[in-house]
Design a binder for this molecule. Structure first.
Ligand code: 8YV
Length: 316
């Protein structure tokens, strides 16, 4: 029996899960009834199928004594409590690679939307301001600008390749030096100070929490733009809102937030922010590939085969 946390899997994968397992769906249970639900089914749950954002916490894991595997439908495993799972030998899998290109595409789409002010221009046309000849300010071109990539992993590299083709100069920052044809800045602050666009591609978790703080945003500056397709936890959201409000930061294009799906009203009111609802991997093709891979991991585990994409606590 498996427990599904979250919802919105593609039908094909949902049906395959139903065929292979007895499926318990947390999303179908009212909040107030979830504790009793877990009490009722907890003893029998041997697998968890969950999203990158939901993950699994130690409290829930403790109530699933027969748990053997957590299959994450996503690449990020920052919401998985490895400290609770590892001593029990519970396997964790994720869905790397299959989502890289689409997430990188969204990063570029957000960067372009912010630089060319697409949402503002769309609103301008819809509001009849074009016809009314309301003055419009020109946007900024990308050519010759510097994109600073925070975290040059699979997604960071795919973003860098795309932005290079726009004639942008690429720099990056992460703790270790990457084998890549781009200069590494000596610190995040130095990267922000030297970049026109700071694109956050690093994993979430304790090591990166709030690393994009007020000082980094200030260094990025009034002509700078923050793009985040990684995790909201990497950004000090209060500092970001303050910087956007008083013009110390030029703009932000965000797909991820500190407390999803809640986006602070103050951020929603920022004219210089482009906001999307965590949709980096949300294409038919990628969600199908992610669903199949997460399913394949569960099937492999219960058939005693090697896991296609296991994650070790150390890598997380
Ligand atoms: C999804 C993600 O939001 O891959 C990740 O880490 O955040 C996303 O792809 C989610 O996991 C979909 O279920």
């Amino acid at each position: 029996e498996i427990l599904l946390l979250g919802s919105g899997w593609v039908a094909e994968v949902d049906e395959a899960l139903e065929r292979a397992f007895v499926c318990h769906r947390m999303a179908q249970v009212a909040l107030a009834e979830r504790a009793a639900f877990i009490e009722r089914i907890g003893q029998k749950v041997r697998g968890v199928y969950t999203t990158g954002v939901a993950g699994i916490d130690g409290a829930l894991a403790a109530r699933l004594p027969a748990l053997e595997i957590v299959a994450v439908h996503g690449v990020g495993v920052d919401a998985v409590d490895f400290a609770a799972l590892a001593p029990r030998g519970i396997a964790v899998t994720n869905t790397p690679d299959v989502l890289t290109e689409d997430v990188a595409d969204l990063a570029v789409a957000l960067l372009l939307a912010a630089s060319r002010r697409l949402p503002q221009l769309d609103r301008y046309v819809r509001a009849g301001e074009w016809e009314a000849k309301v003055p419009l300010r020109a946007s900024r071109s990308l050519r010759g600008k510097v994109a600073g990539i925070v975290g040059l992993g699979r997604i960071g590299r795919a973003v860098a390749t795309r932005l290079s083709s726009f004639g942008m100069a690429i720099r990056y920052y992460q703790r270790s030096t990457a084998d890549a044809p781009y200069p590494r800045s000596e610190s995040l602050l130095a990267l922000a100070a030297g970049s026109d666009y700071l694109v956050v591609c690093a994993p979430g978790g304790a090591a990166t929490r709030a690393m994009i703080d007020g000082a980094v945003l200030e260094a990025l500056g009034p002509d700078g733009t923050l793009v985040n397709i990684a995790r909201g936890s990497l950004v000090d959201e209060a500092a970001l809102i303050a910087a956007l409000q008083d013009g110390r930061l030029g703009g932000a294009a965000l797909d991820v937030f500190a407390d999803e799906p809640r986006v602070p009203a103050a951020l929603r009111e920022c004219e210089n922010a482009v906001l999307t609802p965590h949709v980096g991997s949300f294409t038919v093709e990628t969600r199908t590939a992610m669903g199949r891979l997460a399913l394949d991991n569960l099937l492999a585990h219960f058939a005693g085969r090697p896991l296609p994409t296991p994650v070790t606590g150390a890598a997380a």
